[in-house]
Design a protein around this ligand. Structure first.
Ligand SMILES: Cc1ncc(COP(=O)(O)O)c(C=O)c1O
Length: 431
């Protein structure tokens, strides 16, 4: 029988190190909130393939929709011959998104979605400037890496400095950046780097994903909307990680009561099948001439069928309300963990719906990040049977991304495993 160890060895010889894998586990099969590796070991999944399987692994409705589409055709390219699934998905998303008179276009990855949102904004405004935020993550293509607000490990040697892209500090008060500081920094960018009349887009994740699950304050987002409107700048809400019920709403931007101009989407939309897209105001979306948008695989028919089923499941199973319930359970347990002297020191605990995270800090009651403890806890969790992901501008955040369909028993089992991981040997090392 092939072992994880053997496959890891083969992987190291066959795959470049640039594709990092968080755990040395090779998957055999998965169902809803559980994963089994090729050695038969079972894990609870609190990663959801990085916020993709909000509807769980192999949701029966999603699998059936994909299988039915596979029986008809797998690919024709929407740019060659159309098919109803693409149009139906666009209609569905246009109706769901908080944008009046919306249009949708589909791609394959999140990076393509954010990159195309900028392309559309540039075409609409006929300007090139882009403003993004520190800690932001928008993808790994050259443009989206340049927009990403963390140099290591994303900027590769030889990448040119990102002309026309400026970063403003994302407001995180407990790390010393208030909302006012961020707005002041934006005003400095407008003075020093690019006049507002040169800016095509301000791109922001309503809740930063890879950056550490920091939520943009309500008044901050509202102020950005006002600034964008005043200067004719497109406000782009990157919902690649926050979308599709994760935060307790279909789109996180719904928490803010504002209309963005463009919303890049991906990840959970396909329930495990690759699909991404941009939803935007018709007037903005139609700025790109025919032939300027698309891609051979964009809006693949199997992925469109799966995505339509994902949207059904979100509605039928009340996954927005379920996200809130899961989030409450998690946050409550994390607060208990924070009180416990026998566990590693936990700093900030935060969550919007089931987008929940906590920080590991050097001292109880402090805010100084502890990236080593963070690595130790994710490793100990894996030993205990829990798949976890870390993240964060300061590399000290652990994010909890359980499928929204997870069984209660598995949710509690996963949290028990996390408690175990927090007390692991590291405590002794830390003393
Ligand atoms: C907010 C956000 N935007 C864009 C991306 C890039 O998506 P992909 O990895 O599918 O290219 C990610 C991926 O984590 C993300 O979290």
């Amino acid at each position: 029988m092939t072992s994880n160890h053997d496959l890891l060895d083969r992987r190291h010889r066959a795959v470049p190190r640039g594709v990092a894998t968080a755990s040395p586990v090779f998957v055999d099969r998965a169902q809803n909130g559980e994963i089994w590796d090729i050695e038969g070991r079972r894990y609870i999944d609190f990663a959801s393939g990085i916020a993709v399987t909000n509807t769980g692994h192999r949701h029966p409705k999603v699998m059936a929709a994909a299988a039915a589409q596979m029986d008809r055709f797998a690919h024709v390219a929407f740019q060659v011959t159309g098919y109803e699934g693409y149009v139906a998905l666009a209609e569905r998303l246009n109706a769901l998104a908080p944008i009046a008179d919306a249009r949708s276009v589909f791609f394959t990855t999140g990076a393509e979605a954010t990159e195309n949102a900028v392309k559309i904004a540039r075409a609409h405004t006929r300007r090139s400037g882009v403003i993004a935020f520190t800690g932001a993550f928008h993808g790994r293509t050259q443009l989206t890496t340049a927009m990403t607000g963390k140099a290591v490990p994303y900027r590769t040697p030889g990448m040119p400095a990102a002309a026309g892209i400026a970063h403003v500090p994302f407001p995180i008060p407990h790390h010393g950046v208030t909302e006012e500081d961020s707005l002041r920094a934006l005003a400095h960018v407008f003075k020093a780097d690019m006049d507002p009349s040169e800016v095509a887009a301000i791109v922001i994740e309503p809740v930063q994903g890879e950056g550490g699950f920091y939520q943009a304050p309500l008044s901050f987002m509202q102020r950005l909307r006002e600034i964008c409107t005043a200067h004719g700048i497109c406000l782009v809400a990157d919902e690649v990680q926050t979308g599709f019920a994760r935060t307790g709403r279909v789109f996180a931007i719904e928490h803010y009561g504002i209309e963005p101009d463009l919303i890049p989407i991906a990840k959970a939309l396909g329930g495990g099948f690759p699909i991404s897209g941009v939803i935007g105001r018709a007037e903005v979306m139609d700025s790109v001439a025919p032939g300027g948008l698309g891609g051979t695989y964009g809006g693949n028919p199997i992925s469109c069928a799966a995505a339509l089923a994902v949207l059904d499941v979100i509605e039928e199973e009340g996954l927005c309300a379920r996200a809130d319930a899961i989030g409450q359970t998690m946050v409550q347990r994390l607060h208990q963990f924070r009180q416990s002297n026998s566990l590693r020191p936990i700093g900030d605990v935060r969550g919007l719906g089931a987008m929940v995270a906590f920080e590991l800090v050097r001292e109880r009651g402090g805010h100084e990040p502890d990236p080593d403890a963070t690595k130790a806890v994710t490793a100990a969790a894996l030993d205990a049977g829990l798949i976890l992901l870390s993240c964060g501008y300061y590399a000290n955040t652990i994010r909890l991304l359980a499928p929204l369909t997870i069984a209660d028993a598995h949710l509690h089992e996963g949290l028990d495993m996390l408690e175990e991981a927090l007390k692991d040997k590291g405590m002794k090392a830390a003393q």
